[in-house]
Design a protein around this ligand. Structure first.
Ligand code: NZQ
Ligand code: ZN
Length: 388
């Protein structure tokens, strides 16, 4: 294991009807609130009314709304939120939505206290030193953003999508009521499942030694997901299955799995590049790319891929070479995602090789990306070509 420190300041408030604790939490931070949400799902499912009712129970509360945050949230929307904070002197941000809404709110929370362009923070040119406090109500199980400091923002004009992480962007509290995910449609539910599994893979395929506990934690998340996901898709309003997937998604990326290991994240960088150029759903992109990444790394390092298959798909370790076991793992993973209805090829999103160069370019943040097997530009091109 590598040396590490672990801090997670987010208070998790999990379970049925927990939106009732909203007022109590918010009053610890401020009364002039920026309410951030997406394209209207919270208006359709009644959550918007529930939240404003709870907030209006507080005395002298002032609410300003930023609605219409896009899936793959854009810098232009972050800038709108920053402007609203400054114009109205707001002191608290409440984000209600999935990863896009929460990530947008995180960028607003640090961008509002930074003199320069918020894109400087996203690209790492500037480091945040303070933030407007942020609380979240999660409506979709996928990213883990509700309990981490990450935010991923798209600069649509530049066709670039980047992530940053800061201790200042951890939510102060996150309310997770599985009932708020009942209305997530089937395709988005599948993308969330693929995303959470991919988060485990990014940390499971690390470049450090001796991390058996972290790996077993990751395998527990994966095995639970393999068991519960098909049942959830049969009945999208089943509380027990929604709650299991919701907690799985949170633990897949609250950085517990990252303790003491050098994680990979190359597939996410490639997916972000594809999304930046073609604006596709993040989980859909990962479902297409991850099997190809695994196949590529297994050509030189099949052992860990084989270990994954033995432990989560119960492959017989005595039956076949490492190479064969790795291949079988990848085909089991692909078959599982396909059985849920996930896409398998970039052409499923009408993506061809026309902008391949740009996607390769955008994926590369250095000479190589990833740690388990550092990928060169040429490797990334091979993976993308195989995924077309
Ligand atoms: O905008 P609304 O109307 O709310 O609709 C959304 C959106 O269309 C809908 N939705 C969410 N909750 C719903 C619902 N529809 C009905 N009922 C509900 N309860 O689902 C659609 C997708 O939402 P989005 O927030 O985009 O999905 P997700 O949570 O998968 O977030 C994806 C974004 O997060 C980034 C991705 O790159 C992408 O930009 N990521 C963030 C990470 C992080 N901060 O840690 C890590 C991830 O790897 C990822 O990169
Ligand atoms: Zn992800």
């Amino acid at each position: 294991m590598d040396n590490f420190q672990y801090v997670n300041p987010t208070k998790l408030i999990f379970g049925k009807d927990q939106v009732k604790s909203l007022g109590q939490e918010v009053q610890n931070y401020g009364k002039r609130i920026l309410l951030v949400y997406g394209g209207g799902s919270i208006k359709k499912n009644g959550l918007h009314v529930q939240v404003t009712d709870e907030l209006n129970k507080l005395s002298d509360v002032e609410i300003v709304e930023l609605s219409g945050v896009e899936p793959n949230p854009r810098l232009s929307t972050v800038n709108k939120g920053i402007q609203l904070i400054k114009e109205n002197q707001l002191d608290f941000i409440l984000a209600i939505g999935g990863g896009s809404v929460i990530d947008c709110a995180k960028a607003i929370s640090v961008g509002a206290l930074y003199e320069g362009d918020a894109w400087d923070i996203v690209t790492g040119k500037a480091t945040p030193t303070s933030s407007i406090p942020l609380g979240t109500i999660l409506t979709m199980a996928a990213t883990g953003t509700e309990m981490n400091g990450n935010s991923v923002i798209t600069n649509w004009e530049e066709k670039d999508k980047r992530g940053f992480s800061s201790i200042y962007t951890y939510p102060t509290f996150s309310i997770l009521d599985p009932q708020n995910t009942y209305s997530v449609p089937k395709d988005q539910t599948v993308y969330g499942i693929v995303d959470l599994m991919s988060h485990v893979f990014e940390q499971y395929f690390h470049a450090s030694d001796n991390a058996p506990l972290q790996e077993r934690f990751g395998e527990s998340i994966l095995k639970t997901t393999l068991e519960v996901a098909p049942k959830l898709l049969e009945d999208l309003q089943n509380y027990e299955n929604r709650e299991v997937i919701m907690l799985n998604a949170t633990f897949a990326l609250n950085k517990v799995l990252t303790m003491g290991v050098q994680t990979d994240w190359a597939t996410h960088m490639i997916e972000h590049a594809v999304s930046a150029v073609h604006d596709i759903p993040h989980g859909g992109g990962l479902a297409i790319l991850f099997p190809h990444w695994m196949e590529f790394v297994a050509e030189t390092k099949p052992e860990k891929v084989a270990q994954l298959g033995i432990r989560i798909f119960e492959l017989d370790s005595t039956n076949g070479s490492m190479d064969q076991l790795a291949k079988e793992t990848i085909s089991k993973l692909s078959a599982f995602w396909t059985s849920l209805g996930a896409p398998t090829k970039l052409s499923d999103y009408d993506i061809d090789n026309k902008e391949l160069d740009l996607m390769v370019e955008r994926a590369m943040v250095g000479e190589t990306i990833g740690s388990y097997v550092p990928l060169t530009k040429e490797d990334v091109r091979i993976i993308l070509e195989r995924a077309l």
